[in-house]
Ligand binder design. Structure first.
Ligand SMILES: O=C(O)CCC(=O)C(=O)O
Ligand SMILES: [Fe+2]
Length: 345
C-alpha cells in the first residue's frame, strides 16, 4: 500500500499500470519531466509573447500603459503589465469564455497552433489514456492562470479566478449535477516552475473517494469552495518544475497557495473525458457549458480526431455563438455551489 505521506508521483517512463494505480489510490498523479521545455512548451510561450506584445503596444499607444515594456523578458513583462492594469491581459490569454454567461461578440479569446498542439500533445494523451481510456474528448472548460506575485497586484484588483490563489474545491462542483458521473480528468500543466512560494497546488490525497463536498459561495472574497471543516486532514503541496504535469480526479479536494515570490506562475488546467461518456451525437458536453467537446484521440475512429488548429479555432468561435444564444437567466443551474447552508459564511 502506498503511504499517503508520499507524493503520488511517477517518472515519465512509468507504464500505464503504475500511473493508473497511483491515480486510483490518491486521486492524483504527478508525472515528472513529461514534457520538454524547449520543444513542447516554448512554442506556447512564444505564442503568448506575441499576444502580450500586441496588447502592450496597443495599450501604450492609447495612453493606457506607462510603457510597452518591450525590452523585458516575457515573465517580467507580464508582471509589470499586471501591476499596472490588473487582470486586463487575462482576457486576451484565456482559451475558454469564463464566465460563459458574459460572452459577447467581441469578448477576446485566444487560439493558435501552439496551444492546440499542447492540448493534443501525444505524451499528454498517453497519460490521459492510461487513466480514462484511449477514446479521449477534450472538455471545453480549460483555464489559463497567470499568477503574478501578490505583492505587485494593484490594491483594488478583483481576485480574478485566473490571477490568484484558488480556495479548496473539487472540479466537479463547477459542472451541473447531471454530469457528476462523467470521468472528467483535470490536467494541470505549468509553463513556469511552481513551488510553495510561487503558489503551488495543494491536494488532500485520497479525497476523491468521498462524495462531492458542500461548496459555498462565500461572502468573503477568496473563499468560494469547501468550508475548512469539511476538508480531509492531510494536505500535500504539489511543487512542480517546468515539464512536470499533474493529473487529478474531479472529486479530489484541492486548491492553491498565493504567489508570494517575485516570479510569475503561469499554468493551464485542462479537462478531458472519455468520448463514450460524452452525451449526444458529437461528443456533446452537457451541464455547465452546453457545448460539445472535441475528439483529441480515437484509436477506433481516427478520422474523427481533430488535427488542425484552424478547426479548433472554428470550434472556439462556434462556442461563442452557442454561449451568446443561451438565455442564462432561465438556464438550469450551471454549478453546484450553495449560499444558504449554515456552514456557508
Ligand atoms: O492553478 C491553480 O491555482 C488552481 C488550479 C485548479 O483548481 C485546477 O487545476 O483544477
Ligand atoms: Fe480545480
Amino acid at each position: 500500500m502506498i503511504s499517503i505521506d508520499q507524493l503520488s508521483e511517477v517518472k515519465a517512463s512509468a507504464d500505464a499500470a503504475e500511473i493508473r494505480e497511483k491515480y486510483c489510490d490518491n486521486g492524483y498523479v504527478v508525472v515528472r519531466n513529461l514534457l520538454d521545455r524547449a520543444k513542447d512548451l516554448q512554442p506556447t510561450l512564444d505564442e503568448y509573447a506575441t499576444v502580450l506584445d500586441r496588447e502592450a503596444r496597443a495599450w501604450h499607444a492609447a495612453g493606457e500603459l506607462a510603457s510597452d515594456y518591450a525590452d523585458l523578458p516575457f515573465e517580467e513583462r507580464i508582471i509589470k503589465i499586471v501591476a499596472e492594469t490588473g487582470d486586463r491581459i487575462y482576457d486576451y490569454f484565456r482559451i475558454f469564455f469564463n464566465p460563459p454567461s458574459a460572452t459577447k461578440a467581441d469578448t477576446p479569446l485566444h487560439y493558435g497552433p501552439a496551444i492546440f498542439g499542447l492540448l493534443t500533445h501525444p505524451r499528454l494523451l498517453d497519460v490521459i489514456a492510461a487513466i480514462i481510456g484511449s477514446e479521449i474528448t477534450v472538455n471545453p472548460v480549460n483555464v489559463v492562470r497567470i499568477k503574478a506575485p501578490e505583492r505587485y497586484l494593484p490594491p483594488d484588483h478583483n481576485y480574478h479566478v485566473g490571477l490568484t490563489a484558488a480556495w479548496w474545491h473539487q472540479d466537479q462542483s463547477v459542472y451541473s449535477e447531471d454530469i457528476n458521473d462523467i470521468d472528467m480528468l483535470t490536467v494541470w500543466l505549468p509553463l513556469t516552475d511552481a513551488d510553495k512560494d510561487m503558489g503551488c497546488l495543494q491536494v488532500v490525497p485520497g479525497s476523491h473517494k468521498g462524495d462531492l463536498s458542500l461548496h459555498c459561495i462565500s461572502k468573503l472574497q477568496h473563499k468560494t469552495g469547501i468550508p475548512e471543516m469539511l476538508l480531509g486532514p492531510v494536505r500535500h503541496n504539489i511543487e512542480t518544475k517546468v515539464g512536470d504535469v499533474h493529473f487529478h480526479h474531479r472529486r479530489l479536494q484541492h486548491g492553491s497557495l498565493p504567489n508570494l515570490s517575485d516570479r510569475l506562475r503561469f499554468s493551464f488546467d485542462l479537462r478531458y473525458q472519455p468520448t463514450s461518456q460524452a452525451h449526444g451525437e458529437s461528443a456533446g458536453v452537457p451541464g455547465q457549458t452546453m457545448v460539445p467537446g472535441f475528439i483529441a484521440r480515437s484509436p477506433s475512429q481516427p478520422e474523427r480526431e481533430m488535427r488542425d488548429w484552424r478547426e479548433w479555432a472554428a470550434y472556439q468561435e462556434e462556442m461563442r455563438q452557442q454561449f451568446m444564444a443561451i438565455d442564462w437567466e432561465n438556464a438550469p443551474a450551471a454549478n453546484q455551489f450553495s449560499s444558504d447552508h449554515r456552514y456557508c459564511i
